[in-house]
Design a protein around this ligand. Structure first.
Ligand code: FES
Length: 91
């Protein structure tokens, strides 16, 4: 899955890492938007064997976007705002 920014591309930049790799995000992004627009591709592998997952509902209901953030533990990427310096690990 890949998100492409169609508007608001001029917001201030912030830096996050995903599995140790640097990604550029924008202030106001949810973590899910930041990761997918930054090229993450997926957030986790399905425990039911049906492949990579990258969020589904985008509103905190489906549990499909869990990631681990250093200092915060497991969070839903779609309901967590990206912050400068966040270190994220895929679940
Ligand atoms: S995408 Fe459904 S809870 Fe985050």
């Amino acid at each position: 899955m890949r998100l492409v920014r169609l508007r608001d591309a001029g917001r201030p930049r912030i830096a996050v890492t995903l599995d140790g790799a640097a990604l550029e995000a924008q202030e106001g992004d949810t973590l899910l938007t930041a990761l997918l627009a930054g090229g993450a591709g997926h957030l986790r592998m399905s425990e039911f064997g049906d492949g990579p997952r990258a969020g589904f509902c985008l509103m905190g209901a489906c549990q499909d976007c869990w990631v681990a953030v250093e200092g915060m533990g497991r969070v839903r990427a779609c309901t967590t705002l990206a912050q400068d310096g966040m270190a994220v690990r895929r679940g």
